[in-house]
Write a protein that binds this ligand. Sequence first.
Ligand SMILES: [Zn+2]
Length: 171
Amino acid sequence: MDNIERILDANQRYAEHQHDPRLSSSPFLQLVVITCMDCRVDPYKALGLAPGEAHILRNAGGIVTRDTLRSLVVSHNLLGTREAVIIMHTDCGMRKYGDADIRRRIRANHGVSTRAKFESFDSMEEALARSIAAIRACPGLAPTFEVTGLVFDVADGRLRGLEGGEPGPAV
Ligand SMILES: [Zn+2]
């Protein structure tokens, strides 16, 4: 079975048994989760979330980019969210591979040189602090919009604060 067949097959069961058409498009918990696209991170299961409860924004690294801010501003102003949690994770590819590695790989695979920024990072602490600062400085978000940074450990599935301690505000 190829991927699309598999997806359509699963969707049929989902539509019949699980989908709830009564959910509001405004997240019930007024929460936005920003996290990496890593397939080991399942924000719904790992955070105990259900559809309708939170917006989930994902990209490579779980970095707050210009596009993340675009979505956050829409989420906050139109759909009533008031808080974001940024969840980075251990063993993230965006830490293992730098922008230079990514550019080299693109050149090797496609013969194309690029100066694009891929937002790789050396320090998760610094990357998280930059993301939090970007949210706090965003003029389209209320000063009361809250942001917390956490780290998901892919080895044991636990969320921790930055220093490996109890979860809490990162900076
Ligand atoms: Zn990652």
